[in-house]
Design a protein around this ligand. Structure first.
Ligand SMILES: [Fe+2]
Ligand SMILES: [Fe+2]
Length: 267
């Protein structure tokens, strides 16, 4: 069993597909993770499994890997003690979760935005450009900059979970670039595809950060580190104050526009 603890979870799932179903049953979405470079031993700590759940999960996985063998489940060493499953964010992490709420409001509008989209029309193309501007200035330069330039740096460059998050930021930027290119050449199908893909990618990404990454980070940060993060975030907020309020206003107007269209089309 020990030798499997140091193997990548995707590799294990590939060799023993049943382990993917077991992880899903424990609400650990490794099969759906787009990068999935975590090791099996990282899973329990990153997902903050209580000890009884850790034992039950490892026992089930062990039985799949070594069928018919009486296995001894090792206790996985953790940096922080197991939690009780309740999420309590520190103030800087709470600020990031609140920014996610604004981003999710925009993402929720993508299905309606793409429904009748035609980027050969000036008005539709303009709307796509404004959405791209929101993504680039609010979601990326403001929010992802806080993550990449400040928060993630507290944990070094080697962590698989952070590599996976950075890879998703990169894939997101590629989708956004593709949306812009599609809008410029009047390719509605491609603009719709990349906007939808971006929305799906980011929704999953935010869920992982809110439910797994940030709580795990909070468990591993000292009080001094939390204080330092908070004051650096405040500086970033000041730097981006105008952008943040302009983009929040944009989301509000877009919600209003689509809600209004929905009401009038139902009359
Ligand atoms: Fe992120
Ligand atoms: Fe984020």
């Amino acid at each position: 069993m020990e030798k499997y603890l140091n193997r990548g979870i995707k590799e294990i799932i590939q060799e023993f597909p049943e382990t993917g179903r077991i992880l899903d049953a424990f609400n650990i979405g490794c099969t759906a993770c787009s990068v999935g470079t975590c090791l099996l031993k990282d899973i329990v700590e990153v997902h903050n499994l209580p000890y009884e759940k850790e034992q039950a999960l490892m026992l089930q996985i062990g039985r799949v890997i070594y069928p018919g063998v009486e296995i001894e489940v090792p206790r996985i060493e953790r940096k922080a003690p197991a939690g009780d499953g309740t999420i309590r964010y520190s103030p800087p992490m709470r600020a990031l979760v609140d920014e996610h709420t604004v981003i999710k409001r925009l993402l929720a509008l993508i299905p309606r935005l793409t429904e009748d989209l035609d980027v050969t029309k000036g008005q539709d193309r303009q709307l796509v450009l404004e959405v791209v501007d929101f993504i680039r200035s609010y979601a990326d330069r403001f929010h992802h900059a806080k993550e990449e330039d400040i928060l993630f740096r507290e944990f070094g460059d080697d962590l698989e979970i952070l590599k996976s998050m950075l890879e998703e930021h990169r894939i997101g930027r590629e989708h956004v670039r593709a949306v812009l290119e599609a809008a410029e050449r009047g390719d509605t199908l491609s603009a719709k595809y990349h906007l939808t893909s971006y929305g799906q990618l980011l929704l999953g990404h935010i869920k992982k950060e809110d439910e797994i990454l940030y709580p795990w980070m909070d468990r591993n940060l000292s009080t001094a580190q939390v204080g330092e993060l908070f004051s650096r975030f405040v500086k970033t907020d000041e730097q981006f104050r105008d952008t943040a309020s302009r983009q929040q206003e944009f989301v509000r107007r877009l919600e209003e526009k689509f809600n209004h269209e929905e009401v009038t089309s139902n009359v």
